[in-house]
Design a protein around this ligand. Structure first.
Ligand SMILES: *Cc1c(COP(=O)(O)O)cnc(C)c1O
Length: 415
């Protein structure tokens, strides 16, 4: 019997110890409810870290995107452009407002919004007289999109830029913090992000008035009166003082977390990049990624291995991995909306989804654990071409399986 191995998760929360001190302070003052001094200090801390004029702490990153759209004046029937290769939360708030999404492909250099595809989308929208009110640009897996050409296009066509920087807190673009390039930016502190509050988000902008308006909407849109009076639809979107206390502790160690995630990437790269058919997500020369998740693609024709096979092999060894985001234009709920590709008849995001995989990248990952992950991947890559004997094994009532030799003769040790 093999000794059960500790499960390796993709990106688990990583507490520093400082969080508990801030949380204890919140308990000592009985400041448990929403809002409070830790919320104010967390907002100020993030604003200072990224260099933005104002910040509003919210209960999720999704709420931040929703309020950014409202701040941008998006209304029912408006069009909003959005990166296709992303999590559904980037685009769901467009539908909350009754607006209509248009999806934009990635470019191969950064995996983020292609300025070429964006221009196609604008030209077509102009012809059809349905220019978008806003454009949501996603900074995938910790890397900024190529913002300059995107900002120029959006300025030319009069669209407000919202940066979904949920995954890219601490990354840079030409020396500026990711999330601060657009009119609005947002971060997520969901449990799997580079820092977490157990759940939470932050809306940022240099427009102090807009951020104040977002705070108003986020606290049930209560008009200034003694009694409860409302002239607008409000939301219960604010962050609790306890969650903000955790966030303050996490913010203390953000630079360490970035350093560690980049080191994890570098280690995977040094061990695996030499294999034919393996391509890591590139780091564009214009900035620094926080390497939130190490992601790579495997060309099945060259490597003789699909990402699905690799995910199965990793799962067998109690290692969590994940496909690259399924592009939103391929999602059933968004299937009816327009999509513009980077190449002619060729979708970059489709290919990244088909061949992409995210590896365990949490900042608490030990070298031994990472060694385990690397060994499984190496075993798969080294043995596939030579050892895929694929003899037919078993024939019990249709439950037959194709197995490779190792699976039959006993799995290789990964310790
Ligand atoms: C996590 C994430 C969100 C949503 O953030 P929540 O805090 O989970 O609501 C939005 N966009 C992207 C790209 C994300 O990764």
């Amino acid at each position: 019997m093999a000794i059960p191995q500790k499960r390796i998760c993709l990106s688990p929360p990583h507490m520093s110890g400082y969080e508990q001190e801030y949380v204890s302070d919140a308990f000592a003052s009985n400041w448990i409810a929403p809002l409070g001094p830790h919320v104010d200090a967390f907002e100020a801390g993030i604003a200072k870290y990224v260099g933005s004029g104002a910040a509003a702490a919210l209960c999720s990153g999704t709420a931040a995107i929703h309020l950014a759209l409202k701040c941008a004046g998006v209304r029912r029937g408006d069009w909003v452009f959005c990166s296709s290769l992303t999590f559904a939360a980037s685009a769901n708030p467009i539908l909350y407002e009754g607006a209509l999404p248009v999806f934009v492909d990635s470019e191969p250099q950064s995996w983020n919004m292609s300025p070429v595809a964006l221009e196609k989308a604008f030209l077509d929208a102009k012809r059809k007289a349905r220019l978008p009110r806003a454009v949501i640009v996603v900074n995938l897996y910790g890397q900024s999109a190529d913002m300059d050409p995107i900002l120029t296009l959006c300025a030319d066509y009069g669209a407000t830029v919202i940066e979904d920087a949920a995954e890219s807190l601490g990354a840079t673009y030409k020396g500026n913090a990711s999330g601060t390039l657009g009119k609005f930016g947002m971060f997520s502190f969901n449990g799997n992000k580079i820092i977490t509050t157990s759940g939470g988000g932050m809306l940022i902008s240099d427009d102090v008035e807009a951020i104040n308006k977002a705070r108003f909407w986020a606290t049930q849109a209560r008009d200034p009166a003694r009694h409860y009076q409302h002239s607008e639809i409000g939301y219960n979107y604010r962050l609790s003082n306890i969650a903000a206390a955790i966030g303050r502790g996490q913010l203390c160690v953000l630079p360490d977390r970035i350093k560690k995630r980049r080191k994890i990437f570098a280690h995977y790269y040094s061990e695996l990049a030499r294999f034919a058919g393996v391509e890591f997500m590139p780091e564009a020369a214009y900035g620094q990624s926080n390497r939130w998740l190490t992601t790579l693609t495997i060309d099945p024709d060259i490597a003789k291995l699909t990402v699905n096979d690799l995910m199965d092999a990793l799962a067998d060894e109690e290692i969590e991995s994940r496909p690259v985001w399924k592009p939103l234009h391929l999602q059933p709920i968004f299937a009816d909306y327009p999509y513009y590709t980077h190449g002619v008849g060729e979708s970059v995001s489709d290919r990244l989804f088909e061949n992409g995989i995210c590896l365990p990248s949490g900042s608490s990952l030990t070298e031994t654990e990472q060694g385990r992950v690397i060994q499984v991947i190496k075993d798969c890559l080294e043995h596939r071409d030579k050892e895929q004997v694929g003899f037919f094994y078993g024939s019990n009532g249709g439950n037959s399986h194709w197995l490779n030799k190792e699976a039959v003769l006993g799995a290789t040790s990964t310790n």
